[in-house]
Design a protein. Structure first.
Length: 50
């Protein structure tokens, strides 16, 4: 019931959709940036070399 009410509100409210989409894009951009930073095996050092 709560999920259905939220979805109906989400579909009807342009401002709410914009806010949620902006937050989603921001978090996806951060995820892409962090993957770019840790390009070597997702940031895991596989060997203990000097």
């Amino acid at each position: 019931m709560i999920r259905t009410m939220f979805l109906l509100k989400y579909m009807a409210d342009d401002e709410l959709r914009g806010t949620i989409q902006a937050a989603t894009y921001k978090s996806e951009a951060f995820n892409g940036f962090s993957k770019w930073i840790f390009f070597g095996g997702e940031g895991i050092n596989a060997e203990n070399g000097r």
